[in-house]
Design a protein around this ligand. Structure first.
Ligand SMILES: *Cc1c(COP(=O)(O)O)cnc(C)c1O
Length: 415
């Protein structure tokens, strides 16, 4: 970072502080990860200088021989990895990817049936504050007491509301969805089946979780969560939707694609094809299971049947510790464990100070942490939340967390 240091002292200072923060704390926000050095290099590469409106071989500006190469590599690698018929790698992130699909396949006022937001669904699945909720009609389905989706109610709702899109996917749900049931229900009423696999894309790529891509009509994802790529979005779909979706992304919603990101994505997708990445994905799940075990052993209340099938757990912090999600998040920040506050199913509290937190293992696993470290993390989480007003105890745990973190440096590039 010699050049940044020379050019801009203020930014340099913030950047150096962020490197320290990332090194000395444990990242347990389930949607975050650490990219490889190769991905970082691509992000900072000269491809950021290039305008490439259009698609490979069909661009609006000249000088595209190299951008065409990297975009085609990204597309082909995604096709191989996920078994997709068609891939668009240009969405700037997950939210614009979803908006592009809605605008490609819906008319204003059309109905989308998506997962209830407090039951694990995402903001972009029709939260009233979003643009899509103003344009389309979102109806929600929920989970049952035991934590699985209420598929009978879902089918009733589908029959009643006749959605144009039946949307699956989540950002805080911890269980495996029954893809076959969902796509079958969609077929019955001629709805398009759509899955947003943003959180679990890396676990699917690493063959640790079932692949929804061959089953659903459309699958969207982010590329920067468990997939461990640059920030970005991706749409995979059946051939029949390809043209509509490509047009919706560009020129419908976006201008020039971020070619430095697409270059980095091509590299991340190559990394995700390696055997080591499969080991990584398997370890992410093992670590989440160990975290679940450790927390349950200490009497923590976990949501969705107190069980995780993926990389995260959703913890009710009011029940055992009498802390709101915000208080719990702040307490864990103080010991160097970064999590995020999160609403629980039908939470009586609001999103800015909900009843729980969401904790996930993708980032810590990238650093090389395994079950043994997860056991410790569960002890630290319980210890901090139990002693949240005991400054001495918080300082003691913080020291332990830091010591362990320094044993797991980020980006040693063992992958
Ligand atoms: C993270 C996420 C998104 C949004 O991605 P951004 O890159 O933040 O726009 C969309 N859907 C789901 C399910 C997500 O988890």
């Amino acid at each position: 970072m010699k050049n940044i240091q020379k050019t801009d002292k203020q930014v340099y200072k913030a950047l150096t502080a962020e490197i320290k923060r990332q090194n000395e704390g444990i990242e347990m926000i389930p949607s975050e990860n650490y990219v490889s050095k190769a991905v970082l290099e691509a992000l900072g590469s000269v491809f950021t200088n290039k305008y490439s409106e259009g698609y490979p071989k069909r661009r609006y500006y000249g000088g595209q021989e190299n951008t065409d190469t990297v975009e085609t590599l990204a597309i082909e690698r995604a096709k191989t990895l996920f078994g997709a018929q068609h891939v668009n790698v240009q969405p700037l992130s997950g939210a614009p990817a979803n908006l592009a699909v809605y605008s490609a396949l819906l008319n204003p006022g059309d109905t989308v049936l998506g997962m209830d937001l407090s039951h694990g669904g995402h903001l972009t699945h029709g939260h009233p504050v979003t643009l899509s909720a103003k344009i389309y009609n979102f109806v929600r389905y929920k989970t049952k007491e035991n934590g699985t989706i209420d598929y009978e109610k879902l089918e009733e709702l589908v029959q009643k509301t006749k959605p144009k899109i039946l949307l699956a996917g989540f950002s805080s749900y911890t269980r495996q969805l029954n893809y076959r049931k969902i796509t079958k229900i969609a077929k019955k009423v001629g709805a398009i089946s759509m899955m947003d696999m943003a959180h679990i894309a890396g676990l699917v790529a690493g063959k640790a979780l079932p692949n929804p891509v061959p089953l659903f009509d459309v699958v969207t994802t982010t590329t920067h969560k468990s997939l461990r790529g640059p920030r970005g979005g991706m749409i995979m779909c059946k051939k029949e939707f390809a043209q509509k979706i490509d047009k919706a992304v560009f020129p419908g919603l976006q201008g020039g694609p971020h070619m430095n990101n697409i270059t980095a994505l091509a590299i991340a997708l190559k990394e995700a094809q390696e055997k080591q990445f499969q080991n990584y994905a398997t370890q992410v799940l093992k670590n989440a299971k160990e975290l679940e075990r450790g927390l349950k052993k200490r009497g923590a209340t976990l949501c969705f049947g107190a069980k995780t099938d993926n990389h995260m757990v959703l913890i009710n912090t009011m029940e055992k510790w009498g802390l709101t999600g915000k208080q719990a998040e702040e307490t864990l920040d103080a010991i160097g464990i970064t999590v995020n506050k999160n609403v629980l199913p039908d939470d009586v509290r609001g999103p800015l100070d909900p009843s729980g937190i969401r904790v996930g293992t993708p980032a810590a696993t990238t650093r090389g942490m395994k079950e043994k470290e997860m056991t410790k993390i569960a002890v630290w989480i319980d210890g901090a939340l139990t002693n949240s007003i005991n400054k001495k105890e918080i300082a003691r745990i913080k020291k332990e967390v830091r010591t362990m973190c320094l044993r797991f440096p980020i980006n040693k590039d063992k992958k």
